[in-house]
Write a protein that binds this ligand. Sequence first.
Ligand code: CU
Length: 156
Amino acid sequence: MMLKIKQKTHIIMKNIISFFAFLYCSFVILSASAQEIPLTEAPENAVLYFIEPANLETVSSPVVIKFGLINMGVAPAGINLANTGHHHLLIDLEELPAFDAPLPANDNVRHFGLGQTETTLSLPSGEHTLQLVLGDWLHIPHNNPLVSEKITIIVE
Ligand SMILES: [Cu+2]
């Protein structure tokens, strides 16, 4: 009888220990995934801007968009080089995407991962907004994110 109780207690203890071990492991995994990916530093004097078109400019489609970057270099995605990034063009995007994760890729968020510094866009006539965001080699905006002015263009 005593032995049985002892055995039972032993099993319960074992279960409790495995439960806590499980909890601990989950905690380690969770805290690792919750831990922020260190953001890439960017020079404080870096500036991202549109060379063209200008804000409120009336243009015809297709329109050439030129990306300007001062005090930083452009490198293709996947190349981890200090003080570089690649361009992302936000088209008609109401809300900025999260800046602590890779930028999404869709019709409204275009990546220029080959290191392009301009593009030609076909846009329907009407008003459109454009904004640039620089992303690091992993498509994540830098610490002190580089974001251009949001411009509006009028497509004839
Ligand atoms: Cu990208």
